[in-house]
Ligand binder design. Structure first.
Ligand code: BGC
Length: 550
């Protein structure tokens, strides 16, 4: 754990999601590794990231990109050794960067020794570590998550001749959390990796740990109770470490994972994410205002993780059918772009690489309440490849330069774990860290500047309250963030056309407005409504300064 600092560090932090496999290959075998990641820490520092979230790096047959763990206590040999991992964490800490990692609690790989033992015979001591049944109609009210590949949450085990329960792929049997040994073993896994220096976990698939007949088997009280036990242990033994929940749920159920500040420190704001894209498509601020109101307030020592994209499909499970249709129509015109109930595309291609829109979306998630979590490569507007299977099209090698293999690896191109992006509109020869760093006007350099501004205002943006302002034009979204004496006014035009609005700021009569990036001072606020004209897809972040200079 990175020592010192505020226990609420995560509220002011920017997070960077990184798959070890895709980031940098240090030993020329075509696969990213921990030593490669260590070599690129200065880059991660240069874009202002405070915390790295590592995707699963444990031993795995990689049938679900590492979310199918075969040994929780070892590292996938392709990625390096435990020593490489420890060196990476300590080098990150030396740069003031924290590291959290994925923790997959719900299920294991069917190649895990625990499952191999469990299926070997019905009286094996590990049998009860998994959920078995003779009746595949048990828990029949439970939805299927991977609808494109699974038809049931039960899979037949021909060895022991019973069905086992799985919420994801059938090669990922769910653990049985009713068994105290399982609960204890996972506490050991947590301790093992925290002892190796991690600053916390992104907890995978949290709603599904327990099963109860007659329910959806999601968000059960027993599941919350177990996470509270984990939290208690962490507070006691590893204070300062955090738990970030992946709970893709409707707002009330998602909020419940904060508990009474005694469960998760953070939770992804899944309800917000699709509604940002809906607001953009409909040129209407309402979906954002409405969902932010539903997802607040939350306990003071907790925070939302705000994201636009991640390593999965852009999930549309928790939206209405009409909203999902709109999203597919607008953002996934080809069937290949869809997966399960979602869209398997990266951010830049989702919005046709429109620089205005990309800036607008980033300015939004950097200024709404919560901590922004960025997906590797989105800062260089990386493209995707929907012709690769599953979600692999958004997990291609990071693009470092216009050299061979985008500078990711010196292996022969055929040896790469995945092809690099060569589509002419997103070709790595232009979209790479080296070229974009040298171009002052590039998106990457804009991103760096915005992160600096966000850091300069990290308290008001990280911890401040939000107040929405009435705008006469529905495509204009305006809010004030407030923290103690600090105030920031944020205004966005979500429309494809220019727009204008008059905001009632009369309670701030006499205050000054200063645009944050340029420091340009705007006309002072008066009694009359304050007038904004805005080009299409544009934004303002304005510092509000009281007349007496506070
Ligand atoms: C992860 C996915 C994974 C699934 C099953 C999800 O929540 O983000 O990538 O496939 O869990 O482990």
């Amino acid at each position: 754990m990175l020592s010192g600092g505020d226990e609420l560090w995560f509220r002011d932090a920017s997070f960077y999601e990184v798959p070890v496999r895709s980031f940098f290959d240090s030993n020329d075998d075509g696969i990213g590794d921990f030593n490669g990641l260590t070599m690129k820490l200065d880059y991660i520092k240069s874009i202002g990231m405070d915390c790295i979230w590592l995707l699963p790096f444990y031993k795995s047959p990689l049938k679900d990109d590492g979310y199918d763990i075969s040994d929780y206590y070892s590292i996938l040999p392709d990625y390096g050794t435990v020593e490489d991992f420890e060196r990476f964490v300590s080098e990150a800490h030396a740069r003031g960067i924290r590291v959290i990692a994925d923790l997959v609690l719900n299920h294991v790989s069917d190649q895990n020794e625990w499952f191999k033992e469990a299926r070997s015979s019905r009286d094996n001591p590990k049998r009860d570590w998994f959920v078995w049944s003779d009746d595949p109609d048990k828990y029949k009210d439970v939805r299927i998550i991977f609808i494109d590949s699974e038809t049931s949450n039960w899979a037949w085990d021909p060895v022991s001749k019973q069905y086992y329960w799985h919420r994801f792929y059938s090669h990922q049997p769910d653990l049985n959390y009713d068994n105290p040994e399982v609960r204890e073993e996972m506490m050991n896994v947590i301790r093992y990796w925290l002892d190796k220096g991690l600053d916390g976990f992104r907890c995978d698939a949290v709603p599904y740990l327990f099963e109860r007949e007659g329910t959806s088997c999601e968000n059960l009280p027993e599941t919350h109770q177990y996470f509270k036990e984990i939290r208690k242990m962490i507070d006691r033994e590893y204070p300062g470490c955090i738990l970030l929940a992946e709970a893709n749920q409707w707002p009330a159920d998602a909020k419940a994972y904060f508990g009474n500040q005694d469960e998760f420190h953070m939770n992804f704001n899944f309800p917000l994410m699709p509604r940002v894209f809906i607001a953009l498509a409909e040129e209407d601020a309402f979906p954002i205002v409405n969902i932010i109101k539903q997802t607040l307030p939350i306990p003071e020592k907790c925070d939302w993780g705000l994201f636009l994209r991640n390593h999965d499909e852009l999930t549309l499970e928790m939206v209405t059918d009409e909203e999902r249709d709109l999203m597919f129509r607008e953002y996934a015109k080809l069937p290949k772009m869809r997966l399960n109930l979602g869209i398997r595309r990266r951010l830049a291609p989702l919005v046709d690489n429109d620089r205005y829109v990309l800036e607008l979306l980033h300015a939004l998630i950097m200024s709404l309440p919560g901590s922004p979590i960025f997906y590797y490569g989105d800062e260089i507007n990386m493209g995707d490849n929907v012709y690769l299977g599953d979600r692999n099209g958004v997990r291609t090698p990071m693009q470092w330069s216009y050299d061979r293999n985008a500078g990711f690896s010196r292996a022969d191109s055929e040896a790469l774990f995945s092809p690099v992006i060569t589509n002419p509109n997103y070709h790595y020869e232009s979209f790479n860290v080296d070229s974009m760093s040298r171009l002052p006007t590039s998106f990457l350099n804009w991103f760096r500047r915005m992160i600096v501004v966000r850091k300069q205002n990290s308290q008001v943006l990280g911890r401040g309250s939000i107040r929405f302002l009435k705008s006469e034009d529905k495509q204009i979204l305006a809010y004030i963030r407030e923290y103690q004496e600090q105030r920031m006014l944020c205004v966005f035009n979500l429309g494809r056309k220019p727009g204008f609005t008059r905001l009632d700021l009369s309670e701030f009569n006499g205050w000054h407005l200063r645009e944050t990036i340029s420091s340009v001072r705007f006309p002072d606020i008066g009694e009359l409504p304050y007038f904004f004209t805005m080009p299409r897809h544009s934004y303002f972040w304005m510092i509000m300064e009281a007349p007496n200079g506070t």
